[in-house]
Each structure stands twice: as structure tokens, then as C-alpha cells.
Design a binder for this molecule. Structure first.
Ligand SMILES: O=P(O)(O)OP(=O)(O)OP(=O)(O)OC[C@H]1O[C@@H](n2cnc3c(O)ncnc32)[C@H](O)[C@@H]1O
Ligand SMILES: [Mg+2]
Length: 201
């Protein structure tokens, strides 16, 4: 008789993140998403750092569901804006992703190429239902373009330009993005912990 696979909750309301995490985890761990479970109140993201918010989300979702939970807090830090929108990336402008990247482009109008540098940051937190946590971080360097390009990805991807190729993150396939992204980097550090879930009490 085979042992049932461990269940991991992808504790995010963001469809783009969910898609990328699903692809990264593959079939190494049995996963469920928030949509598969009875509604859980959304944690308030009031931390000053990506790490604090990721831990808070993971801990609250793990306690509420009784499942190990993987939460992601991420965002875009733009040097010419002193690191903004940063942890407030999801709330930078009301409306959709397009409204937010358009606000960013307009804030940067007149800013020359060399001052448009930015980085995507991601903190991934894994929390067990008993409150234990583990966090890993990743980042991806680039600069903000002048107009959106590309149809893949989500969020600010169409305006985030990679330094080496000049392509936007939205011009990459999911596999290409994960190989270099902040989320991919954090995930690869987290992977051993996820695989060890089965051995947890
Ligand atoms: O909190 P959860 O439920 O996970 O979903 P969220 O969308 O609110 O997620 P965050 O609070 O972490 O906010 C992240 C913001 O940064 C943006 N972002 C994060 N990773 C990104 C990526 O890989 N590409 C483009 N934008 C990204 C995303 O669009 C959000 O506006
Ligand atoms: Mg959020």
C-alpha cells in the first residue's frame, strides 16, 4: 500500500503566482490551492518587509487550514523611487495590473535609462500548522522600460526589462522566467524543505 502524498497549501490569491508555483513544484508534493478549500479570511499585509508579510500569510493560512502553507510576498523595488512600490506593489494604484504599471511608467517619465534600474524581490515562507516557519528570498535585476511589451507573465512583467537581453519578463515563456526570476530563485532554495514535508511529524 502506498503512503498518501503530503498536502501543501499554495497560500496565495494571485493567479499568476499560483501558476508559477504549480509549475515549479511539479508533482513532487501534492498541492491544494485556496480555491479548493472553504473560504479563509485574507491576512492583513501590514509588515515593513517582504519576509514579514510572507511569514504572516503562511502562518495564518496554515493555522486556519491545518495544512503546511507556502506563501509568497513579492514586489518591485525601483531605485529612482527610493525602492517604491516595494511591499506596497499590489496596492500601488487601484484597479488592475495594467493600471499599476501605467502609474509606474508615468512616475518615471523623463527618467533616463541609467536611472531606471529596479529589482523584483520575493520572500517565500513555509509554515507548519504548529507555527514553525522557514523563509527563503530571491531577487531579479532589471530596469523599467518606456512602454509595456510581451503577453506572458503577470503584474509588472510587461515593463520589467532584463539587463542582458533587453527583453521584458512578459516576453519570456513560463520556464524561461522561472529560470531567472526572484520567485524561481527563492523556490530553488526552498525546494529541499518542501521535499522534506513528508518526513515532518
Ligand atoms: O498576497 P497574495 O494573496 O499572494 O497576492 P498579491 O497579488 O496580493 O501578492 P503580493 O501581496 O505579494 O503583491 C505582489 C505584487 O507584486 C507584483 N509581482 C510580484 N511578483 C511578480 C512577478 O513575478 N511579475 C510581475 N509582478 C509581480 C504583483 O503583481 C503584485 O502587484
Ligand atoms: Mg497580497
Amino acid at each position: 500500500m502506498s503512503t498518501p502524498s503530503p498536502k501543501l497549501l499554495f497560500a496565495t490569491t494571485n493567479k499568476g503566482k499560483l501558476r508559477e508555483l504549480r509549475q515549479l513544484v511539479g508533482d513532487s508534493v501534492e498541492v491544494v490551492s485556496l480555491a479548493d478549500l472553504p473560504p479563509v479570511p485574507e491576512p492583513e499585509e501590514d509588515g515593513d518587509t517582504f519576509e514579514a508579510n510572507a511569514v504572516k500569510k503562511a502562518v495564518e493560512y496554515a493555522r486556519a487550514t491545518g495544512l503546511p502553507a507556502l506563501a509568497d510576498d513579492s514586489g518591485l523595488c525601483v531605485d529612482a523611487l527610493d525602492g517604491q512600490p516595494g511591499v506596497l506593489s499590489a496596492r500601488y494604484a487601484p484597479g488592475d495590473d495594467k493600471a499599476r504599471y501605467e502609474k509606474l511608467l508615468s512616475e518615471l517619465s523623463g527618467v533616463p535609462d541609467e536611472k531606471r534600474t529596479a529589482s523584483f524581490r520575493c520572500a517565500l515562507a513555509l509554515a507548519w500548522p504548529d507555527g514553525r516557519t522557514h523563509v527563503e528570498e530571491g531577487r531579479c535585476e532589471g530596469r523599467i522600460g518606456y512602454a509595456p511589451k510581451g503577453e506572458h507573465g503577470f503584474g509588472y512583467d510587461p515593463v520589467f526589462i532584463l539587463l542582458d537581453s533587453g527583453r521584458s519578463l512578459a516576453e519570456l515563456t513560463a520556464e524561461e522566467k522561472s529560470a531567472i526570476s526572484h520567485r524561481g530563485a527563492a523556490f530553488r532554495k526552498m525546494k529541499p524543505k518542501l521535499l522534506s514535508l513528508a518526513a515532518r511529524p
